[in-house]
Design a protein around this ligand. Structure first.
Ligand code: 9MR
Length: 364
């Protein structure tokens, strides 16, 4: 793999990109969601700083009234964990099933919240019919129809779209660091450029996000991922593709190295490209730590160090990947872990306090 571009070239590109790409007019603003009735907790703290706070939610989670009330109080923004992926939305080539996603969207609307659109392209959750019908001749038409229909339906509610999710995988050995995905195989590496241009056509007022994992901690493999992400973002900028933010999934793990200065430098390079960093899937594993109190202490400390760093770099959105520990995507494998701000009884934990401290002191 070749070396990344020097920052000076990035700064130059950033200047050009800022001229070439107009900021989107906002579909729904954080201020609108902050005035919703019953707003409280972390979203209220974040709102005072003009920051979105929210959570990933599955429509089935909302069947529990206590959890639904917690979500309504705490969140200004919801990300569907599952409902907006191709597999649930697209039972067949000519059909769309919006039932589950509409339930979530209805909840968001009822409570005056916004949605994050997750996700228009991903190498996972692709229905079998899609995998079978993707070809060099068909992919763009398939994508265009999907984006036009899905974006069109939720346009007024969605403040930001994860247009492409997890397109980078340096371990796949390509010079450009891109993942060897079904989309790349049929469309070539510029499928990412085409995706952002298409999304920009259908959602000119939304923030368009590139979302990925594995950039947050300090290790050889994360440094490789950071370089690949920066290369991809540069590629998008050079091609005049509208991309406005980097979504850092932020699935952190206690015990993995975190270097605020090095991570801050990476975020500086992201900013130099004219992009805002966002925290899109925040949770913290403490599987190597024994005992609930010790897990909570270490989890809160890492969360605070991490959030202080991203918020200082202009991050304006923090989304947890669930609010209570039982809703974590890892809950079945690690039932004793405590990765989210509330415990199974919906009581706030030290992680909640860390989020509140970071959000209330952030300067953005
Ligand atoms: O939490 C999500 C889980 O419920 C789904 O089954 C899974 C597959 O669709 O996706 C999980 O969410 C992932 C997200 O979409 C992308 N980043 C990693 C998340 C955790 O795996």
């Amino acid at each position: 793999m070749s070396e990344p571009a020097r920052p000076s070239r990035r700064r130059l590109l950033a200047g050009l990109a800022a001229l070439a790409i107009a900021r989107p007019a906002v579909a729904i603003s954080v201020a609108e969601t902050c005035g919703r009735p019953g707003a409280g907790g972390l979203s209220a703290v974040a709102c005072r700083r003009g920051i979105w706070f929210g959570s990933a939610v599955a429509s089935s989670d909302l069947a529990d009234p206590a959890y639904a009330a917690l979500v309504a109080a705490q969140c200004a923004l919801l990300t569907p964990t599952w409902e907006m992926k191709w597999k649930p939305l697209r039972p067949g080539p000519d059909s769309f099933d919006f039932a589950a996603c509409d339930r979530l969207a209805g909840f968001a609307r009822q409570h005056g919240m916004a949605l994050r659109g997750h996700t228009l392209i991903w190498h996972m959750e692709m229905p079998v019919w899609l995998l079978q019908s993707l070809s060099p001749a068909s992919w763009e038409g398939l994508l265009e129809r999907h984006m036009q229909t899905v974006i069109g339906r939720y346009r007024r509610l969605v403040s930001s779209w994860d247009v492409v999710n997890e397109a980078v995988e340096p371990e796949h050995g390509r010079d450009d660091g891109l993942r060897d995905s079904p989309w790349l195989r049929v469309a070539g590496p510029d499928y990412v450029v085409a995706a952002y241009k298409l999304a920009g056509r259908f959602a000119p007022e939304a923030r368009l996000v590139y979302n990925d994992y594995g950039c947050e901690h300090e290790a050889e493999w994360t440094r490789r991922r950071r370089r690949a992400v920066l290369r991809l973002l540069e590629r998008l900028r050079k091609a005049d593709a509208p991309v406005h933010a980097l979504g850092l999934q932020s699935h952190l793990r206690v015990g993995d190295a975190f270097d605020a200065a090095a991570f801050g430098r990476f975020l500086g390079e992201v900013r130099d490209l004219g992009l805002v960093p966002m925290v899109t899937e925040f949770d913290l594993r403490a599987d190597r730590v024994r005992g609930a109190d010790e897990k909570d202490r270490k989890t809160a400390a890492l969360a605070k160090a991490y959030l202080d760093t991203v918020l200082a770099a202009g991050c304006d959105t923090v989304v947890c990947w669930g609010l209570s520990d039982d809703k974590s995507w890892r809950a079945a494998e690690e039932p004793d872990d405590r990765p989210l701000p509330f415990d199974r009884q919906l009581a706030a934990k030290p992680l909640y306090q860390a989020l509140e401290d970071a959000l209330s002191r952030s300067a953005s």
